[in-house]
Design a protein around this ligand. Structure first.
Ligand SMILES: [Cu+2]
Length: 292
């Protein structure tokens, strides 16, 4: 049973590794508090302003994604560490953004959810462009469950927004960095939540959330996966495919049945998105590592 392990601090994790052997961590249990923090990230030489939902007061470059139980509501405290007000957004019908005043903690009541994966984030342009967004997974916990938050980043546009500007809708959008869970390849292979590592003859779920400002398309090598959820393409549920597009904001859940061992890439089919600042290979690439 690999899903639903507690998030552990690095020190505790290493201690646990020394005593118990490897622990697989795929997502966090429901947090009591989310900390919105403003800082900077550097990817392949580009330094950019960044907003993240962090699991503690400490800055973290990776947004929190977490599990909830199906049909259970939760109160989560959201601290807005940014200098401007934000709204807490959740990708469920009828949700209206919860106001998060700057510098304050606000209790957000997460509703009872049906089995599925849901995008959460900030409602403002600043919040979206600076990348504060993750997923909440309800159910789908009978198998290991990995997640891929897809992101695209144009540093000049981000600095403009961070300094109080607005995105020019007429300006061409030319991102230089492309991420899975806020990491570029090959660092995607160091991601316990995103790097699929399971044994041959076993299965897992993968949540794929397009958190970016453009549409994306992924190609799986080695396997066709079954679509269990596609928030903007309900007709795809039940399809078995190796290539799939994801509209902006779309959240998809697939099931992978690992019938053969080996190392198989999954990559963006748009070749600019498999580069780091123009250099190939990079960006939105991860691997399916299926142990014999
Ligand atoms: Cu391919």
């Amino acid at each position: 049973m690999q899903a639903r392990k507690l998030h552990l601090s690095k020190g505790v994790m290493w201690l646990a590794l020394a005593i118990l052997g490897p622990i697989e961590v795929h997502a966090q249990t429901t947090p009591d508090t989310l900390w919105i923090q403003l800082n900077e990230v550097t990817l392949a030489g580009d330094t950019m302003p960044a907003l993240r939902f962090c699991p503690s007061m400490d800055w973290d470059t990776v947004n929190v994604s977490f599990y909830v139980n199906v049909g259970q509501s939760y109160e989560v405290v959201v601290f807005n560490g940014d200098s401007v007000d934000h709204g807490f957004e959740l990708g469920v019908a009828g949700w209206s953004a919860v106001n998060l005043p700057a510098g304050e903690s606000t209790v957000v009541e997460l509703p009872e959810l049906l089995e599925g994966s849901y995008r959460y984030g900030l409602s403002s342009e600043r919040g979206r462009v600076l990348g504060a967004a993750g997923v909440i997974v309800a159910g789908f916990d009978a198998l290991p469950h990995f997640h891929w938050n897809l992101g695209d980043w144009e540093p000049a546009r981000m600095w403009g927004v961070a300094n109080g500007g607005a995105v020019d809708p007429e300006a061409p959008y030319v991102p230089r960095q492309f991420t899975v869970n806020d990491r570029i390849f090959p660092n995607t292979l160091n991601d316990p939540f995103g790097h699929v590592q399971i044994g041959v003859g076993t299965s897992c779920y993968i949540t794929i959330a397009n958190q970016g400002s453009m549409d994306h398309v992924l190609h799986f090598h080695g396997f066709h996966v079954e679509v269990l959820q596609a928030s903007q393409h309900p007709e795809r549920v039940g399809w078995t495919k190796d290539t799939m597009p994801f509209l902006q904001g779309e959240v998809t859940v697939v099931r992978l049945d690992a019938f053969q061992a080996g190392m198989y890439p999954v990559h963006n089919h748009n070749l600019i998105a498999v580069t780091n600042a123009g250099l190939y290979p990079g960006g939105m690439i991860t691997h399916l590592n299926i142990a014999p």
